[in-house]
Write a protein that binds this ligand. Sequence first.
Ligand code: ADP
Length: 447
Amino acid sequence: MNEISGILTHAEETGANVPVPEVEKPDNEKADPYGLDFSLAARAMKILVINCGSSSLKYSLFDTSCPKPLFEGLIDKIGSGQSTHKMADRQGKWEKECTVEDVGKAFHTMETALTDSGRGAIKVFSEIKAVGHRVVHGGDRFSSASVITPEVKRAIREFSSLAPLHNPYNLAGIEEMERILPETVSVAVFDTAFHQTMPEYAYKYAIPSALTENSHIRRYGFHGTNHNFVALMASTFINRPVDQLSIITCHLGNGASICAIEHGLSIDTSMGFTPLEGLAMGTRCGDIDPGIVLYLLRSGIKAGDLDRLLNKESGLIGLSGISNDMREIIESADAGMARAKNALTIFCYRARKYIGAYSAILGRVDILVFTGGIGENSGEIRARICQGLDVFGITLDGGKNREAKVKRGHIVDISSRQSSSRVLVVAADEERMIARETIHAMRTVSV
Ligand code: ADP
């Protein structure tokens, strides 16, 4: 789940290397009922958002007087001997080769960049008044972001068994920041938290109940921070309270999931106990018959190899044999390659099937949202997914869909006039939502 997308700056979005003026928002977007523009922050302050993975550190510095980050960075390939540090501010982006042996060194590198007298964004690190950490798994314990205490850290450690490739590194990042800024409040923002509102009949698998009760085997769902963010952005955009809406959000990136949201609450989502379930993804298989796993195990495959097969060698790359990158799949399909065409068809079919299922459980769909690298950028995929969804009142405007371009913080309406659902393309912005959740969590304690 630690899919670090490239840093995208406002300068990059416009292709310019000059200060970018604030883009005027449409009137109905001006109000900020859900604090997505940080209007609920009691005072302007600097918030650092951290996403610490096994070999990367992604960070964004916000000043809550503006929802656009002041400074962003991605330190990649930590420990490889050949790290890269990509940085961006509101003026542009730049990159440095560096040697970053471990997580501690990565945090030091980040601190140096942020406080650099030339291009840094702050004079001293103590200007940062809060830190929001992305934490992948909050188990069944956290239904919202939480100010980090020793008890919260214990829980994150405990849930490492559910997310061994993420929680330990998220926790390492929390501890590094505590070392650097011991007095500063820090908040854990869980990828699973938004889905904790799922009813039991949606989160329970039909396996012996003891496995759910004692071993915590149940649906958790992921991408929750962005599903929540785009739902709130969409309801702000159409100027209707989220608690009166039924929304389906399609987060289609290298990892992909769909969420059914009723009255602002997640009531079902396609990822499950792990991010493997649901849609066909870049390298993950999505839904398969668990009998296949048993069959392969009986055929002698080792657990580690099976893990790799289902997580890294399946999905678009497994089906096409070409790539996990949707752009390459589309290109190859256009060039006539049968397996690429087949991968495209399966990806879109699976997404359409989930939208149909979620339309049924919601009863009506007020908004259908597309987000994530594929959802935001591919009109072709959106059109293919929406084929035949007119029966649910979901109809695209072909021209608007083809031309839709979203920048961070922006929304494009691609629905046709006849569509009873608004179909919206909303740019993902997990970092901004983590900063917003950090402000929210801080309001629950006196800091
Ligand atoms: P991650 O899950 O790693 O955060 P992203 O949300 O960045 O992934 O999405 C990455 C995916 O988006 C890749 O499959 C990439 O090919 C796809 N993508 C990006 N731009 C386009 C485009 N113009 N058309 C189709 N797919 C695109």
